[in-house]
Design a protein around this ligand. Sequence first.
Ligand SMILES: [Zn+2]
Length: 172
Amino acid sequence: MFVALPDRVDFWRAVSGGASFRGELALGELPRLRTLLMEPHGVVRFGFDFGRDPDGRGVARATLEAVLRLQCQRCLEVMDYPVSATLTMAAVASLDEVDRLPEGYDPLLLDDRHVRPRDLIEDELLLALPLIPRHASPDCLDAGLLGDAQIEGEALGGPFAALADWRQPHSH
Ligand SMILES: [Zn+2]
């Protein structure tokens, strides 16, 4: 199912109208994220619900779900990294307002009343990326022979040293 997501949403109009958007977006269409993925396949499922919180503040509640295909930095094979995020974003006009936001709110800087939902989705997925992607189990190295060779070659300078040299021709 694909629902077209508007490029720009008038935040205050969406809040007054209680607008909602649901749908899927191809991860390959997010240029900043795409370069960090090992395989740019899959989609992010999103939901945006605009409205007012009990204090009358204009907010957008967002839910995101995706499985990102990253490269494990231990075995260099692909790994599936599930992301599931729920956030409440409130429009702010100044740093003072950011400080006054309740716990758990994310500040949303408006671009002349407008938000770009696609950018919000991409920003959130980028934030969710692990610093160093690795499979949960260290056993993943068993599946990657080059990974083993690299570690032994670097640590011991032993029978794999030639291979290590081949892998890093400019290291001398
Ligand atoms: Zn791995």
